[in-house]
Design a protein around this ligand. Structure first.
Ligand code: PMP
Length: 430
């Protein structure tokens, strides 16, 4: 890569959440394998991000590669309208088998945000088919569900700047975020505002949508399972649908295959993405119950009104099948448990440091919430110089490495994180 390539990048290519006038530096990656990213300049970085929750088996995995190569020689894509194929059937069969029994109808989509759009549309069409006008979603502050407009309308209003889209964005209902942490004693008062909002709008709410147990991009908050049990009960009582967005939490990240298992509940609509393909391809899914699917199908529209071009992409399905086979071997459980133990030991003692507001660990997720906002560019550079890839944002420095990370690689990540907290110049004044 030449300096002019990087100039071109800075001048012409949008990166996620960046400015075209003041782009943040980007680091050219030449290749990635196992738990490491190789930079163009020859440096090797231990990956602490799993490419935003996705690469649970690390990079360049031989089984994922072999499955995709085999599929490419048959067909990398074919439309899904009027056509079906083995990779999609195998994948959906697996998804139906590995998720709670009531979830048995699968819609394949192409990204997490689209799975959320699909889930919301299912809920709206469900009520339409029942002849009831219900067009509001109830959710939690600090949530994140994607960047498309439907998904944004249920993202935390502050983080996703709802004021920017006022007049355009659907106005949904936001309950205060859970305060009782995963390991705290349950406190009945925590859910009272949610319960009040639920009761006041119970005739308007189409569905409750939330990220079970771990609120990801909206604050990396980890909350008490009792929240989910209560919400499930409230929804059951009123016949309101519950949408679980497990796009980030699914496939073992929290120590259970799906985060809903921490509470022993099942959703009426489940969104999956990210790690579905082990991070090798973009693919997502929204699963629902036969009752919801049949109600929609027997409604005025006579079908579910969605059908993206790349729906059920065979190459992505092949990657997903390989990823799920790896999970089926069961090794992830001890790997995630090992990561959790090591994160606890390494991060918990940071609690008393001046820059640290809170430390949270669950499964293969370790979060340090800082008191001051991070200087993103400076902190990123600091980490790269220490041979680790950690991408902080706001007041959050967090680790969610591939499950196959070794303990010495994980130590490198936690050491770098701890070292950063000793450097006040890497944080911005309020
Ligand atoms: N839901 C959750 C919980 C997510 O974490 C994300 C992605 N960070 C999304 C939805 C959106 O997925 P995508 O970026 O693939 O559209």
């Amino acid at each position: 890569m030449t300096p002019s390539d990087l100039d071109f990048d800075a001048r012409h290519i949008w990166h996620p959440y960046t400015s075209m006038t003041q782009p943040l530096p980007v680091y050219p990656v030449a290749s990635a394998s196992g738990c490491e990213l190789q930079l163009e300049n020859g440096a090797t970085l231990v990956d602490g991000m799993s490419s935003w929750w996705a690469a649970i088996h690390g990079y360049n995995h031989p089984q994922l590669n072999a499955a995709m190569k085999q599929q490419i020689d048959r067909m990398s894509h074919v439309m899904f309208g009027g056509i079906t194929h083995q990779p999609a059937i195998d994948l959906c069969r697996r998804l139906v088998a590995m998720t709670p029994a009531p979830l048995e109808c699968v819609f394949l989509a192409d990204s997490g945000s689209v799975a959320v759009e699909v889930a919301m549309k299912m809920a709206l069409q469900y009520w339409h088919a029942r002849g009831e006008t219900r067009q509001r979603f109830l959710t939690l502050r600090h949530g994140y569900h994607g960047d498309t407009f439907g998904a944004m309308s249920v993202c935390c209003p502050d983080n996703s700047m709802h004021s920017l889209w006022k007049g355009y964005l659907a106005e949904n209902l936001f309950a205060p975020a859970p305060q009782v942490g995963f390991n705290d004693d349950w406190d009945e008062r925590d859910i009272v505002p949610f319960a009040r909002l639920f009761a006041a709008h119970r005739h308007d709410i189409a569905a409750v949508i939330l990220e079970p147990i771990v609120q990801g991009a909206g604050g990396m908050r980890i909350y008490h399972p009792e929240w989910l049990r209560r919400i499930r009960r409230m929804c059951d009582r009123e016949g309101i649908l519950l949408i679980a967005d497990e796009i980030a939490t699914g496939f073992g990240r929290t120590g259970k295959l799906f985060a809903c298992e921490h509470a022993g509940i099942s959703a009426d609509i489940l969104c999956l993405g990210k790690a579905l393909t082990g991070g090798a391809m973009t693919l997502s899914a929204a699963l629902t119950t036969r009752q919801v699917a049949e109600t929609i199908s027997d409604g005025a529209a006579g079908c579910f009104m969605h059908g993206p071009t790349f729906m059920g992409n065979p190459l992505a399905c092949a990657a997903a099948n390989a990823s799920l086979s790896l999970l089926e071997s069961g090794a992830w459980q001890s790997q995630v448990q090992g990561i959790e133990n090591q994160l606890e030991q390494a991060l918990r003692p940071l609690t008393g440091m001046a820059e640290v507001a809170d430390v949270r660990v669950l499964g293969a997720i370790g979060v340090v919430e800082t008191r001051r906002r991070v200087n993103m560019a400076a902190l990123q550079q600091f980490f790269v110089e220490r041979g680790v890839w950690i991408r902080p944002f706001g007041r959050l420095i967090y680790l969610m490495p591939p499950y196959l990370i070794t303990s010495s690689q994980l130590e490198k990540l936690t050491d770098a994180l701890a070292a950063a907290l000793q450097r006040p110049e890497l944080f911005l004044d309020a």
